[in-house]
Design a protein around this ligand. Structure first.
Ligand SMILES: Cc1ncc(COP(=O)(O)O)c(C=O)c1O
Length: 418
């Protein structure tokens, strides 16, 4: 996280002190480095030397429209999974010819909106979905491009909640069913099967699952002969990042492994990175409220909670936690770092050694840019955190803290209860 660093014992995001951002916008707050997003996007793009992939940033990772606009301005497309994300893509002025739409449960309204917007591809996850897209396209007198999302049944060596290409997962289409779909594609004249989509899993730290999935897929394509006339392979997202001490994959090997298979066949390539671009581009900053000692335990109770950042409790995820101000002479102590929500699952870390902390002092959870804010909720009627985008010496608010009135927006008091 080179754009998030210490200067004279103060944590900075680019050239702005994190404590100044906290003073100005309050806590809890998500803080993102603009340059980190740009660097990660370019790093991935430049790893490919023989092909120019279309990088469709996965909106779900961090979906603030300012972040989307930033990446779209760099040339990125977007990977969406809902009508809401389509709406965000439009607001971010993403050219729709750079939008791909995945997800197992697209509704008729979502399909219709995406067809009207003329997106690049639907990534189709089942034959009933294909039939639905065909029917909606016919009613709109259109023919649309789709990529079949295959489930190649490969091991991805990641947390079992984020594997997506094993046969027991709900995602994608097994080879036998995909073969049947190709064989009767004539039944669906308003769709053209122009691509194959894969997404092997998330937070992958090896190249082999990507290559294995591609190899199995190429053998499958070959076995289809003239039934298959695709021109695009979408390899999905999944490139892992460093949260702790883990070794991640080499981007160079990742790109070379994909190119070796794709380039000789002349396919276009689409990638859908989320975590790789956003994960280490953001931090989550929270203020200590209380230090609570019980027999044998010391808790830091902070103002952020599982509604703000659910990854630790949902995935047993590790986030490095550091003081925003390093204070000389303070020893390190072991704490459970927890939020105020009425759930034992409301924790950020257990038995974690950090500098001795006192009330009103700030902690930063690193690597919080992906699946942080975007997975947050209003549980316990907590307004969601503010988001701030730092660019050089300037901190731009990109989402204000939710107020109490926002919590009730959309709720209706029936007349008999007034
Ligand atoms: C279809 C698809 N593409 C891309 C992504 C982004 O994955 P990651 O953030 O691991 O790159 C996901 C994540 O769930 C996904 O389901």
């Amino acid at each position: 996280m080179q754009h998030i660093h210490y200067k004279n014992n103060e944590l900075y995001c680019e050239n702005v002190a994190v404590k100044k951002i906290a003073e100005r916008f309050g806590t809890p707050v998500y803080i993102y480095s603009q340059q980190a997003f740009i660097d990660r996007y370019k790093e991935l793009k430049n790893a490919f030397t023989k092909i120019t992939p279309l990088i469709c940033y996965s909106v779900k990772a961090c979906s603030n429209v300012a972040i989307l606009r930033l990446l779209v301005k760099q040339g990125a497309g977007l990977d969406i999974v809902s009508g809401g994300e389509l709406f965000r893509a439009a607001r971010a002025k993403c050219p729709m010819a750079r939008v791909v739409f995945a997800g197992v449960g697209k509704t008729p309204d979502e399909v219709s909106a995406a067809i009207r917007h003329k997106i690049l591809f639907f990534n189709v996850e089942s034959e009933p979905e294909l039939a639905r897209i065909n029917a909606v396209a016919r009613s709109l007198r259109r023919t649309v491009n789709i990529a079949l999302r295959l489930n190649p049944d490969v091991e991805s060596h990641t947390h079992h909640y984020i594997t997506t290409a094993k046969k027991e997962n709900k995602f994608g289409i097994d080879f036998a069913s995909a073969r049947r779909i190709f064989a009767r594609q004539g039944k669906y004249p308003n769709v053209r099967i122009k691509g194959i989509h894969l997404h092997v899993g998330s937070q992958l730290t090896r190249v082999s699952p990507f290559v294995n999935a591609l190899k199995k897929t190429m053998a499958f394509i070959d076995s289809l002969g003239t039934l298959c006339s695709i021109d695009t392979i979408n390899i999905g997202g999944g490139v892992g990042i460093v949260y702790d001490q883990e070794r991640t994959l080499s981007l160079k090997e990742y790109a070379a492994g994909i190119e070796r298979i794709i380039v000789p066949r002349g396919y276009d390539l689409i990638l859908e990175p989320g975590r790789f671009i956003a994960g280490n581009s953001g931090i989550f900053v929270t203020e200590v409220q209380y230090v609570k000692k019980t027999t044998g335990k010391r808790f830091l109770i902070v103002d952020g909670a599982m509604n703000d950042l659910v990854r630790p409790t949902l995935y047993q995820a590790y986030h490095e936690i550091v003081p925003v101000t390093k204070r000389r002479g303070r020893k390190a102590l072991v704490y459970d770092i927890v939020g105020p929500i009425c759930e034992s699952g409301d924790f950020f870390a257990k038995k974690r050694k950090v500098q001795e902390m006192h009330p009103d002092e700030l902690l930063a959870l690193k690597s919080a840019g992906a699946y942080g804010f975007s997975m947050s909720s209003n549980y316990n009627s907590r307004g969601r955190a503010a988001e701030v985008l730092v660019s050089g010496t300037r901190a731009h608010p990109i989402r204000s803290r939710e107020e109490y009135a926002t919590l009730l927006k959309g709720e209706i008091l029936p007349t008999h209860l007034k």
